[in-house]
Ligand binder design. Structure first.
Ligand code: SF4
Length: 62
């Protein structure tokens, strides 16, 4: 499973980063980015919570 952020939709609220900083971070443009690597089992729950919490639903995990 990998996470992806649609940066055209992201509003840079920072919620995903605060929930799961191991996977999500705001970049220099003020929008979120996800790490390229596979999400480890230990982080899947918090990454999924971040996805579900995104106010504009621009995080995809698959
Ligand atoms: S929670 Fe959604 S809108 Fe907010 S920074 Fe993360 S990806 Fe962007």
């Amino acid at each position: 499973m990998k996470a992806k952020v649609d940066q055209d939709i992201c509003i840079g609220c920072g919620l995903c980063e605060s929930i799961c900083p191991e996977i999500f971070s705001l970049n220099d443009d003020g929008v979120a980015q996800a790490v390229e690597e596979e999400i480890g089992e230990d982080l899947l729950e918090s990454a999924t919570e971040a996805r579900d919490s995104c106010p504009v639903e621009c995080i995809n995990i698959e």
